[in-house]
Ligand binder design. Structure first.
Ligand code: HEM
Length: 439
């Protein structure tokens, strides 16, 4: 889930895909989407997400132009799909819509590329058969049997983190809880040196944030840090390749029949995929739950009265947050959707964040309801062959977190404005000032 899945030499372009919005003189943010001609709406603008004002933009698109066209210099033609049904159609037809050209908006291509030409790739950015083979190699790490084994470790670590929180002080929930817990989990999955686990957080941030957005200053710095990541993991790989196959992800990749001969950039691509997949998304759901319950006090009350609702609340939090607002596909052929003529090579952005608020697919979609019937009916994990590999793991982490919060704290209170990431690809909360009140 990084933007490094681009062809060699294009990584910088890929990371400056928001350049019209990130340049020294960016166009003004469109605050009221109803005040401009519909062609001017461009939901890729990360500032809309940073300010949490993207909802009206998507509402207008769903109502008036659900398959919406934009074109940007260096990027080319792309379509925003905002209805649940259309997103499902694209997601479930991988033969028509390829993942092999990248999963976030990227540089223009001239017709479909050959996946073999990719230098920097991972299985989220592949089509069958290679995708299926590589996915099958690592999927065991999150199989139910493995998850059951992991649960007690996750619970112990969660208790420790929660008991260490500073009662009576304001602190940043994102850093103290969300980042800490997801990073610990990743270290477990990779069997990564525990004391050095914050390196994983750093690499995840570096991989997802374009230069100039506060994480890294330049594309060169970004490349250097990702190369450090590659070198570090190569060392671990070399240590494990000569040992009996273990159950950690590195060992699985090093011994897997279809992954053991991976090229360095492919190895890096897959590492980043697992790091970001297991990190950013779950982290933001951990913060989003606290925020949603504070914004909806009646739901918090319901939860306190009936902790049995936790398992149902977890998918509702994931729908509510939609940690990855969109995924991209590329048209393999000319095709018509809702009367719009998509051309071969056009990019299609499946806006899960909008599909999850589509009144035609979800009842009262703008309400956060922890006892919502059929709460798993959402798009946040995608569908079909690329459906999130870690979805059960993420749900378990969130369930355990709330199972441990409730007996410990009467309330986790949000006491200041949340700060959000300037990105339309990762819907992130960077700061969430809170206070905790023990029983
Ligand atoms: C794929 C979201 C947690 C690993 C995906 C996709 C989405 C997603 C939307 C589909 C991509 C596509 O259709 O192109 C999320 C969310 C999470 C989460 C919202 C948490 C709330 C995790 C965790 C892991 C993980 C904990 C770690 C094991 C992956 C992998 C893929 C993936 C490996 C690629 C699957 C494939 O291409 O076959 N995720 N994810 N994710 N996710 Fe997650």
């Amino acid at each position: 889930m990084s933007e490094v899945n681009q062809e060699k030499g294009q990584a910088e372009d890929a990371n400056s895909f928001l350049s019209p919005y990130l340049s020294k003189n960016p166009p003004p943010v469109i605050e009221d989407p109803y005040a401009v001609p519909i062609e001017d709406i461009n939901v890729i603008d990360g500032r809309l997400f940073q300010r949490d004002i993207h909802w009206a933009h998507f509402k207008r698109l769903r109502e008036e132009d659900p398959v919406h066209f934009n074109e940007l210099p260096g990027i080319g033609r792309y379509w925003s799909l905002t209805k649940f049904e259309d997103i499902m159609f694209v997601d479930t037809h991988h033969e028509l819509f390829s993942s092999a050209h990248g999963i976030s908006l990227g540089p223009q291509i001239d017709g479909p590329r050959q996946p073999e030409a990719l230098q920097f790739s991972n299985f989220i950015a592949m089509d069958p058969p290679k995708h299926d083979l590589q996915r099958a190699t690592v999927t065991g790490v999150v199989a139910p049997r493995n998850l059951a084994k992991l649960e007690s470790t996750i619970r112990e670590r969660t208790q420790k983190v929660l008991r260490g929180l500073p009662v009576g002080e304001t602190f940043n929930w994102v850093d103290r809880v969300s980042i800490e817990l997801t990073t610990q989990m990743l270290a477990t999955l990779f069997d990564f040196p525990f004391e050095e686990r914050r390196k994983l957080t750093r690499w995840s941030d570096v991989a997802t944030a374009p230069p100039g957005t506060g994480i890294v200053d330049t594309a060169e710095q970004r490349r250097e840090e990702l190369m450090e990541c590659l070198a570090y993991f190569t060392k671990l790989w070399n240590e494990r390749i000569n040992k009996e196959p273990g159950t950690d992800l590195i060992s699985m990749l090093a011994h897997g029949k279809d992954t053991k001969n991976m090229q360095p950039f492919e190895f890096l691509g897959n590492l980043i995929l697992l790091i970001v997949g297991g990190n950013d998304t779950t982290r933001n759901s951990m913060s989003a739950g606290v925020l949603a319950l504070n914004q909806n006090p009646a739901e918090y009350e319901k939860l306190r009265a009936n902790p049995g609702l936790i398992s149902n609340m977890v998918p509702e939090i994931i729908r509510w947050q939609t940690p990855l607002p969109y995924m991209r596909r590329t048209a393999n052929q000319d095709i018509e959707i809702r009367g719009k003529q998509i051309k071969v090579g056009d990019q299609l952005l499946m806006w899960y964040v909008s599909g999850n608020r589509d009144e035609e697919a979800i009842d009262r979609p703008n309400e956060f309801l922890i006892d919502r019937p059929n709460a798993r009916h959402h798009l946040s994990f995608g569908f079909s062959i690329h459906r999130c590999m870690g979805n059960r793991l993420a749900e378990m982490q969130l369930r355990v977190l709330w199972e441990e919060i409730l007996p410990l704290f009467r309330k986790v209170e949000v006491v200041g404005e949340p700060q959000r990431l300037r990105s339309s690809f990762v819907r992130g909360i960077t700061d969430l000032p809170v206070r905790v009140y023990p029983h």
